[in-house]
Design a protein around this ligand. Sequence first.
Ligand code: ZN
Length: 429
Amino acid sequence: MSENNLDSLYTCIDASRDDLINLTRELVAIPTLNPPGDCYLEICEYLQRRLAASGFETKLVRGEGTPGDSDKYPRWNLLARHSGSRKGECVHFNSHHDVVDVGAGWSTDPFAGELVGDRLFGRGTCDMKGGLAASIIAAENFIRLNPGYAGHIEISATADEESGGFGGVAYLAHKGYFSPDRVQHVIIPEPLNKDRICLGHRGVWWAEIETHGHIAHGSMPFLGDCAVRHMNAVIAEMERSLFPALQLKRTDMPVVPEGAKQSTLNINSVHGGQQEAAADYNGLPSPVVPDSCRMMIDRRYLMEESLQEVKQEMLDVLETVKSNRQNFNYDIRDVHEVLPTMAEQTAPVVQAVSTAIEDILGKQPEYVVSPGTYDQKHIDRIGQLKNCIAYGPGILDLAHQPDEYVNVSDMLDSAKVMGHTLSNLLVTR
Ligand SMILES: [Zn+2]
């Protein structure tokens, strides 16, 4: 694509500023809260009308039978595909349409999309309806200027990323929508900052550990066996041997922020003994020795570690406690696993976005890896598609916060990067 042509693309995107703002606002006004999974059909139909009018073929796909899917809260996804007049590859922009709970502490209406200066406020502006809108503006302008382009452009808006993506990208990947013979390049416009390319993410292992005891009257604890004290011994051993060991494991993956460049473990919850009383119950608890204590751990691991090694470390902790402690019995149950993933810096989509960032922002992009996971995991593992990155407007730290916002200028810049990327992959290749 000639310099001239790129310049007119940038001019057209700048001229779409009001359209971009309105589109983002209208997406934010549809409260796709997850949980429970509200208004998924509504947002998919809204996008269907918009993209059909721009010449896309569209399709609604329900993640039937996936976690959370019900007649009341169906897991709807939208897929849209546009084809150029010549043969070529397919670039797919994938955005999740769900947003997290609003929470307290807002000074603006979370669904109004209030514009203050350059900032557009609202739940999902940053994560990630602003990115979705930017990709639509980029694709529409690119198509208008290059009707004879080679290949295909796809835009999807998918369910449930915030709760694991099973009714969204995972379901679509199982159905073949992300197979490499259909899609060659994927960009996920998650809010990673407009000058950063996110190559992938760390791995995840969630597990539930349960210690067992023996119930007895609380006035005679010597007749029972306290499962909470057993769990305390597990935590003490974790403090002694596991946490220091994790701190020493450093990765070559460019994970941000700095603290996540090592293995980490969070104790998500510990529950022992009786359940906490309901808010409307004002009686006393009964005196009972807890016979069970459960702990949920959230272990994030590195490319350099294997999942088997990660699990073995925890088993070593439990076995050490067992050998030192009378009547110690435990169970451990896997809850959730995600392998780490990272695109190569030499992958065509990485190169194309990198060139575009240099052209538009006048600087080299920063390559990063996310501390947590996002839908790239399903595209990689189920779709077997490695040529996938996250790139989009918005400041990552604002995601899920009160007074979440996205800068309009950042949306415009990243729409230009996306448009340039399309030129790079679908015109000059
Ligand atoms: Zn997100």
